[in-house]
Design a protein around this ligand. Structure first.
Ligand SMILES: [Zn+2]
Length: 250
């Protein structure tokens, strides 16, 4: 999940290979800065600090706490502290890889330590990038799991037969015109990562968000549909059906 803005930091600085899923945790260090830092920590610029204050109400911690955590979790500390969680995510990626064509499988998990990528995740070719903030700031296994599912939703969308993809595109147009895409906004269901997902942007974003919700928050989604016009519910159920069938399509 979530916000799929492209990364702006530089990769990689160092990394290690994970035996289980052939993932490499590339470690990117943030650059430049004038705000307080320690010898080995990530530096936070005043501009970045002010940007945190601009979105303070959307954050689970105060800007001061977030700055302190970034400075504390240099790459070595991060790897040591979150090794088990990283292994769990690699196992999840391996299991989701089983259902996608070989050419689309993810073989690298890249952790981005730059402050500028806070709250971001993205996929590029066979790599999933996840901001370290999902570990050191949001620190909720369900949120990280949602991030991975969302990115795999994009993969599934790209593997859809063209006729099915056209169907999804039509559903996106219908739901957008009806101002109903908020129902599929991952952040509505994501605890302390409320900004996650942006289904309004495009059919593939809608599909990725629905893929995540269908696999992780289906009960909550179904509950919200109780208050939606039955005609619209039929359309959303049709979309959910396509998402489910994509899981069984190699
Ligand atoms: Zn996305």
């Amino acid at each position: 999940m979530q916000r799929d803005a492209r990364r702006s930091g530089s990769l990689p600085a160092s990394g290690f290979r994970h035996a289980g899923c052939l993932a490499i945790f590339w470690i990117a260090a943030a650059c430049c800065g004038c705000r307080g830092t320690n010898e080995s920590g990530v530096r936070i610029t005043m501009t970045q600090y002010e940007q945190l204050k601009d979105i303070e109400t959307e954050l689970p911690l105060s800007p001061d706490s977030i700055a302190a955590r970034y400075e504390r979790f240099d790459s070595a500390t991060f790897r040591s502290r979150y090794r088990e969680k990283l292994n769990v995510i690699c196992a999840l990626i391996d299991s989701l890889d089983l259902g996608v064509p070989d050419s689309l499988r993810i073989d690298t998990l890249s952790i981005d330590h730059s402050v500028g990528s806070l709250g971001e995740a993205a996929r590029q070719k066979r790599t999933i990038f996840i901001s370290s903030s999902y570990f050191i700031i949001f620190d909720d296994a369900r949120v990280i799991r949602s991030v991975v599912f969302h990115e795999f939703g994009h993969l599934r969308y790209s593997a859809l037969p063209s006729a099915v993809r056209s169907d999804v595109d039509s559903l996106w147009t219908y739901l957008q015109h009806g101002s109903l895409l908020y129902l599929l906004h991952d952040g509505e269901y994501s605890g302390n990562a409320r900004f996650g997902g942006h289904p309004n942007d495009s059919p593939t974003e809608m599909f990725a968000s629905t893929f995540n919700l269908t696999n992780n928050r289906l009960d909550e989604l179904q509950a919200r549909l109780q208050y939606v016009d039955p005609t619209h519910v039929m359309v959303i159920r049709h979309l959910i059906g396509i998402v489910r069938s994509s899981l069984t399509r190699p």
